[in-house]
Design a protein around this ligand. Structure first.
Ligand SMILES: NC(=O)c1ccc[n+]([C@@H]2O[C@H](COP(=O)([O-])OP(=O)(O)OC[C@H]3O[C@@H](n4cnc5c(N)ncnc54)[C@H](O)[C@@H]3O)[C@@H](O)[C@H]2O)c1
Length: 445
């Protein structure tokens, strides 16, 4: 009841304060700290229901089939052919055929109601992540969701409250946290190589209009519908997840507030004109999303983060990943590092010189199994770690508070953009729990 009141207070304040900065933390100042999520009982064989079998879901299912201790018992998609393809893939891997669900938009509820599942994973479009995770947890299953976990402040609170109420995990499958370079930096940071952290910079900089925004026939896809009506950082978790783990967000520090600014929107109109003709409705309509969005975050402990969302202007893929502390700076996109007292003064070192010493133990142990899976093998590590924590009854590497804090940037940035970049306070989803939560350790395989 207390938590529901807190959320209502937050929402009321947010609604009343649209255009003002006074939302979030202040409204929760007097609330009791959230009880940290407790480790769940160990599960010998993790029984999975999978919802949303498009491009991403297909790839995740293939990776899951390479893990020990799992069974995929049920699969769901609104398209029957996607369900059939998943069933075929699973059978071809020598596993029993899972039950299929394809009777419409909310058929995932029937899947969630089964009594033989431990976790429901989803790679559905963004608007479905919260309803699927909530249905899973309400039905007594852990939830694992693709990114972002939610696209609204309210959706983030729904996930937090349902996880707290049910005591189940709600994990966002943020695979960038398992990139080899990202985990190496975590190892460097934990060993104090860069000193006390001051600043991170990262971006989702991925020109991805074809097959994500428009299909080849000139239709707007679900992601395009978001870009047509929303302006802000719509896809923040790939860049911010790693920064959040390096900076101990929710585990000793907390996002405090952000400001966000978008420039003009040109890329979608230009792309549509070139591919579908200058008079095509997709070429002549308006799109809300600015081609380049820049968001600045300040943490309670005084660290800063610059985030970019840049998906509509032609460019090579680059997530940046700059991490700077009192003793040095790591620049992923330059593949350079400078460490005071170790590097020559004012001279960059190649990152390669540090790999032998700082490569993460997970990568050292799992490299041969991981390589060949999506995102340079990071998808394998993402699912491996989730399944391992479920099988061992330990806490996952990121929890519902991380999913909420990283995802809520979407709506907060939209609010800031819509209000001349005025600051937006982050809700404290942990209600003070961040002050006592232990930082992530360096786990072994
Ligand atoms: N972590 C990563 O690196 C990564 C990469 C790509 C996509 N993603 C995420 O994965 C998700 C899916 O992206 P995608 O590119 O595969 O999209 P997609 O459109 O290819 O696939 C989505 C699938 O969900 C199905 N679907 C839609 N509504 C549904 C419902 N109500 N119930 C069941 N199924 C439903 C669709 O029929 C489709 O098969 C998104 O959240 C996206 O952000 C993550």
């Amino acid at each position: 009841m207390k938590r529901e009141c807190d959320r209502r207070t937050f929402l009321r304040t947010a609604a009343a304060g649209a255009g003002l900065a006074a939302i979030g933390t202040t409204a929760h100042a007097g609330a009791a700290p959230a009880s940290p999520i407790s480790p769940a009982a160990p599960i010998e064989t993790v029984r999975i229901g999978f919802v949303g079998i498009g491009k991403r879901g297909t790839s995740l299912i293939r990776t899951l089939l390479n893990l020990d201790g799992i069974e995929i018992r049920a699969v769901c998609d609104i398209k029957e052919d996607r369900v059939a393809l998943a069933q075929q893939t699973i059978e071809q891997a020598g596993r029993p055929k899972p039950e299929g669900y394809s009777q419409g938009d909310t058929d995932f509820k029937r899947l969630c109601a089964r009594d033989d599942l431990d976790v429901v994973m989803n790679a559905a479009p963004w608007d479905w992540h919260v309803p699927i995770c909530v249905a899973a947890m309400e039905a007594g299953k852990h939830a694992a969701t693709e990114v972002p976990a939610a696209v609204t402040v309210d959706g983030c609170w729904q996930l937090v409250e349902t996880a707290e109420k049910t005591g189940l995990y709600c994990v966002m499958l943020e695979n960038c946290c398992y990139f080899r370079n990202v985990l190496m930096v975590l190892n460097m940071v934990r060993q104090g190589l860069l000193g006390e952290l001051l600043h991170c910079e990262a971006g989702y900089q991925h020109y991805r209009i074809a097959n994500n925004v428009f299909d080849a026939e000139g239709n707007l896809l679900w992601c395009g519908e978001h870009e047509a009506r929303r302006d802000g950082n719509l896809y923040p978790t790939h860049p911010v997840g790693p920064c959040g783990q390096w900076l101990n967000i929710n585990r000793g520090d907390q996002f405090d507030y952000l400001v966000s600014m978008s420039g003009k929107s040109r890329g979608l109109n230009l792309y549509a004109a070139e591919h579908f003709g200058a008079d095509h409705p997709l070429a002549t309509r308006k799109y809300a999303l600015g081609d380049i969005n820049t968001t600045l975050i300040r943490t309670v402990n005084g660290c800063t983060i610059t985030l970019y969302h840049d998906t509509q202007a032609p460019r090579p893929y680059d997530l940046i990943y700059r991490v700077q502390g009192t003793q040095g700076i790591y620049m992923d996109n330059m593949e350079k590092i400078y460490v005071e007292g170790r590097s020559q003064p004012h001279q960059w070192d190649p990152v390669a010189d540090y790999v032998a010493e700082f490569d993460h133990p997970l990568w050292k142990a799992l490299e041969t199994k991981a390589i060949g899976h999506g995102h340079g093998g990071a998808d394998f590590l993402t699912l491996y770690r989730l399944i391992k924590t479920l099988r061992e009854g330990t806490l996952p590497d990121s929890d519902v508070y991380d999913a909420a804090a990283w995802s809520v940037i979407s709506e907060l940035s939209e609010r800031s953009v819509a209000d001349k970049s005025r600051p937006q306070d982050f809700p404290d989803f942990t209600r003070g729990g961040w002050k006592t939560m232990e930082p992530l350790g360096i786990v072994q395989a």
